[in-house]
Design a protein around this ligand. Structure first.
Ligand SMILES: C[S@@+](CC[C@H](N)C(=O)[O-])C[C@H]1O[C@@H](n2cnc3c(N)ncnc32)[C@H](O)[C@@H]1O
Length: 361
């Protein structure tokens, strides 16, 4: 059976499954789901095996909110013997296809963490053998296919591949970042990851540059503001709560103790609006769209906090609300949402307008 395997945050398997099923159906591709709660892995078993290659080509991973990474299976579960594991894997692959990278993966659970030590050890001889048989090609081609080996235990593996052009460059789609000790809160990693994920490397200098003005709604104690300050921006930080002294001392931050829904910049010179307010996601989505439509900011990066139930439906509705507002104002826009590694019960959204703003009275 051919399946798409998707990785998500443990606890979000239902959302990840509902999303792939819906977005595959838009492309007339159907299948059924197999998922185990809290394992962070979803299997989408395809009704028609030939649809797998089509789906991983036409559906951008970037368009999936809850999947961090995915691959298309090449094999069913393979039972591994206690000896000759490497040979068994090499044999199962055959020599018909070549891959540019090998990803050793496990479910994102405590057992999976233990298993990853075993995977690290096995990776060395496996890579050597794959190179010897020319199944793994020399490094350097980012556009080739990645070979995925998902270990369910030391005795069970599933093999598959993803396209270099439509997959995450990180193992299991997880971009681990170092917590900067000067930041006043761990939330800082969310905005750092969001900038790295949503803004392409070659555009970061222009779109995240020193001297830009930014507004941070729901800023206290200042983890997100810290990310803006460290990039040289001047920040209006809006929150009734106190901001870290260390940030105020930089001279780059002005603190407004007021409601984030009432704050407006005095000039149209703000590039970034960021928002981490714990508020109803519909309210936040509307506010973000209004800022963009009125030209109060050029780009917005914000979190939508999710309720416990109906989380996929909730995000879809919130994004639709924003798209409707943009459509009403006849502007072209770009909007992407992702459940990032450092996000918890929330997703991060990036939005900006692509066409000039019509005049709004
Ligand atoms: C998750 S915390 C923000 C953490 C911050 N991003 C950081 O990295 O340090 C949410 C903040 O939103 C603020 N908040 C909630 N509703 C707000 C509102 N209507 N206006 C302004 N701030 C609000 C809270 O006071 C709280 O400090």
């Amino acid at each position: 059976m051919t399946s798409i395997v998707l990785y998500c945050r443990p606890g979000f398997e239902k959302e990840c499954g509902a999303e792939i099923q819906e977005k595959a159906a838009w492309n007339e591709i159907y299948g059924y789901l197999e998922l185990t709660k809290k394992e962070g892995v979803v299997f989408f078993h395809l009704q028609n095996s030939d649809d797998g290659t089509k789906l991983i080509e036409i559906l951008p991973l970037k368009r999936l909110i809850f999947a961090r990474q995915w691959f298309l299976t090449l094999t069913d579960k393979i039972e591994l013997p206690s000896f000759n594991r490497v040979e068994t894997i090499v044999e199962a692959l055959g020599t018909q296809w070549q891959y540019t990278d090998l990803r050793m993966e496990t479910p994102d659970t405590n057992d999976g963490k233990e298993l990853s030590k075993f995977c690290r050890k096995l990776a060395v001889p496996l890579r050597q053998q794959l190179r010897k048989h020319k199944i793994l090609t020399p490094k350097g081609d980012d556009f080739g296919a990645n070979l995925h080996a998902l270990f369910l235990s030391g005795q069970e593996v599933i093999l598959g591949y993803s396209l270099g052009t439509n997959s995450s460059p990180h193992v299991m789609g997880i971009h681990r970042l170092k917590f900067p000790s000067e930041s006043p809160s761990r939330s800082t990693l969310k905005l750092d990851e969001a900038f790295l994920y949503f803004i392409p490397k070659e555009e970061r200098e222009a779109r995240l540059s020193s001297g830009m003005r930014a507004v941070d709604l729901g800023s206290a104690p200042g983890g997100w503001t810290y990310q803006l300050v460290r990039r040289g921006m001047m920040v209006s930080a809006v929150d009734n709560g106190p901001m870290a002294e260390s940030l105020m001392e930089t001279g780059q931050v002005k603190h407004y103790q007021m409601d984030g829904f009432k704050f407006l910049p005095s000039k149209q010179n703000v590039h970034w609006l960021v928002c981490d307010m714990i508020e109803k996601p519909q309210r936040v989505a509307k506010l973000m769209a209004q800022w963009l439509i009125h030209g109060h900011c050029k780009e917005a990066m914000f979190n939508l906090k999710l309720p416990m139930k109906g989380r996929y439906q909730q995000v879809t509705n919130d994004l639709q609300t924003m798209k409707d507002i943009f459509a009403d104002h006849q502007v072209k826009y770009e909007i992407y949402a992702k459940h990032l590694y450092y996000d918890r019960e929330e997703v991060t959204v990036h939005a900006r307008l692509l066409s000039p703003l019509p005049l709004i009275k």
